[in-house]
Design a protein around this ligand. Structure first.
Ligand code: ATP
Ligand code: MG
Length: 598
């Protein structure tokens, strides 16, 4: 890990660092070069990250005249924040260098895959604002070609059918200290291997009794080169190819060849594939397809308080710990969309994080900062009282309608705000015994009603148990749009007409996990990895549901509309549950920026 003391006053640089322990992701470990985070999209000069530098060079030297990248998700779950980085990188560089980016479903393991996942992946990529080149591709569409190439490898003496059990294969692979042990089938003739391979595909051999392996080197210091498996038998139908195939290619075999078939020039993947690169190159070298793709690894995106593992996210869904893949607390694209995060904000976040080979953890505050930035100038404002306390304005002569801009940017138009004798204010804006520095309403004190009059609290009404149920207040009728005579009123509070306001459900979301590293085993963990001890890191208070009252202009929202509720935060009309007669708003984020850029 590289620690960078950021002394520039670059907003982005400061934003990416939450403390000196954090890593600015755009420090290339190999060159030691720090990318100017302002310029990660730039195509030349010092701002170039190492991937863009390679691409620039390949175009300059005419190694390629056009680059082709791909985003290759496996449809075994919904896409998450980590995938957003990969999408922005693959589609981003293609766009910047006038190249192409394919969307390929890497569907080589039918047991875990589903059409629903496929559909959502397409929707998520489009929502982020990217369009893939041509049709959606499927690794499964290449199964016949991959099979033919497997036969070629057998004929060349580069692959053999191994009849050892999976357990034997594992034991005979050796380890970092010990070389592997050759399979008894390793020196079978190509003719024998062809017959056995045919039996694998025809169903004559059962799952677990045979695999096709590359014949490389059982003593290689790189375990991935110790005769890796190319094909295994799986008697399950496939969501794209139906019942046809009994054998399925392994990811490490299918991936380089799918890249070659599609003419991919730069195959960008995460660092855990670094040790697989030798096999990637072996496959291309032995099969000799037309294309020669190059694999380049970059660091995964890790964000604190955020889980980026499909397997673990699936666990939350399967155990009912969240309402689904699109629960607004989930770091899935579907969840973030429903929560109200914007595609612009997510893309901006990825750009600021940059690309490097050094693993680090990004402050979730940077993500929240980017989302707020994207909302600040576009989300119309409105008033919503989240914890209503009734107030009677005893001297308001009659109901009236105020007109106000929806936003400081007057292009966003105006709204009508009804003011009636009965209104609601937020319970938290009134204190009988105010703490020091309290600037809102107190008995006998004055406060301004946002966009309306200055109001004085004359009387506090309580029920039999002593709870405050209502305030009687009077307004200074000479204070509409001007300051009161001879005194200063500091506090401004929001309010909603009780008569004209609309009851609404407001869902307040907090972080799903209360620990910075959600995957870390809590100290009390039993140490048994089967128990999924990380689940204890869930924040029990991540969802709070409030019965609010919103101004009529907000109730007119349609699902997906985003607002700033004055003094409360950014909110979105929920995509699933919102109806104009029964509004439901999700809190996107509060207004507080924990993040203090430079
Ligand atoms: P998970 O570990 O959550 O299952 P995965 O890597 O297995 O993720 P894939 O569907 O295989 O999921 O990922 C598609 C692409 O997204 C791959 O190229 C992968 O490297 C990339 N990717 C996945 N997670 C991240 C991440 N956290 N940061 C950057 N890229 C990622
Ligand atoms: Mg994967």
């Amino acid at each position: 890990m590289i620690n960078v003391v950021n002394d520039s006053n670059s907003l982005q640089g400061a934003a990416a660092l939450s403390s000196s322990q954090r890593t600015v992701e755009s420090v290339d470990q190999q060159t030691g070069q720090q990318t100017d985070l302002n310029n990660v999209q730039q195509q030349d000069g010092p701002g170039l990250d190492f991937i863009r530098a390679i691409i620039s060079e390949d175009l300059a030297s005419q190694k390629h005249t056009q680059i082709v990248t791909r985003f290759p998700p496996e449809p075994n779950g919904y896409l998450h924040l980590g995938h957003v980085k990969s999408i922005c990188l693959n589609f981003g560089v293609a766009e910047e260098f006038q190249g192409l980016c394919n969307l390929r479903l890497d569907d080589t393991n039918p047991t875990a895959e589903k059409q629903d996942y496929v559909d959502n992946i397409l929707q998520d990529v489009r929502w982020l604002g990217f369009q893939w080149n041509g049709e959606v591709r499927y690794a499964s569409a290449y199964f016949q070609q991959l099979y033919d190439w497997a036969i070629q490898l057998i004929q060349q003496g580069d692959a053999y059918v191994d009849l050892q059990s999976p357990e034997q294969i594992r034991l005979n692979r050796g380890n970092f200290k010990e070389p592997g042990v050759d399979s008894p089938q390793r020196n079978q003739t190509p003719a024998e291997n062809l017959v056995l391979f045919e039996h694998m595909q025809s169903g004559q051999l059962q799952a677990g009794t045979a695999v096709l392996r590359a014949k490389i080197d059982m003593a290689s210091p790189n375990i991935h080169l110790r005769d890796p498996v190319l094909y295994r038998i799986m008697n399950v139908p496939h969501h794209q190819t139906g019942e046809h195939w009994k054998i399925y290619p392994m990811y490490d075999y299918a991936h380089p060849l799918s890249d070659a078939i599609e003419g991919i020039t730069h195959s960008l993947c995460t660092l855990e594939f670094e040790d697989h690169r030798a096999f990637y190159d072996w496959v291309i070298d032995k099969v000799k397809p037309v294309g020669t793709p190059r694999q380049i690894e970059f660091s995964r995106l890790n964000v604190d308080y955020t889980l980026t593992s499909k397997r673990k996210l699936k666990k939350l869904v399967d155990q009912g710990l969240v309402s689904g893949w699109d629960d607004p607390r989930m770091p899935t694209i579907a969840g973030m969309r429903r929560r109200g995060f914007t595609p612009e904000g997510l893309r901006d976040f990825c750009q600021r994080v940059g690309v490097s080979k050094s693993d680090g953890v990004v402050d979730v505050g940077l993500l929240e900062f980017c989302i707020r930035q994207s909302l600040e100038n576009s989300a119309p404002r409105g008033m919503a009282v989240l914890r209503p306390l009734k107030v009677t304005l005893t001297n308001l002569p009659e109901a009236m309608t105020l007109h106000h801009a929806r936003h400081p940017n007057i292009d966003l138009g105006e709204r009508d705000i009804p003011l009636t004798q009965e209104i609601y204010i937020d319970r938290q804006d009134f204190e009988e015994v105010p703490p020091k520095g309290f600037k809102r309403l107190i008995p006998g004190g004055e406060v301004r009603l946002r966009h309306a009059y200055v109001m004085r609290c004359d009387e506090v009404l309580k029920n039999d148990s002593g709870d405050i149920v209502e305030l009687k207040c009077s307004v200074d009728l000479d204070t509409l749009g001007k300051n009161p005579e001879g005194r200063k009123v500091k506090g401004v509070i929001h309010w909603v007409s009780a008569e004209k306001g609309i009851p609404a459900e407001v869902r307040i979301y907090e972080r799903l996990f209360s620990t910075m590293n959600p995957e870390a085993e809590p100290e009390t963990a039993s140490g048994d990895s089967e128990t999924e001890a990380w689940l204890a890191n869930l924040n029990p208070d991540s969802l709070q549901i409030l019965s609010a009252v919103v101004e009529p202009a907000l109730a007119a929202a349609v699902a997906g509309d985003r607002f700033q509720f004055e003094r409360e935060g950014y909110f979105i009309a929920d995509a699933v549950d919102h109806q104009s007669e029964r509004p439901v708003f999700n809190r996107i984020l509060d207004l507080r920026d924990s993040f203090k850029p430079g």
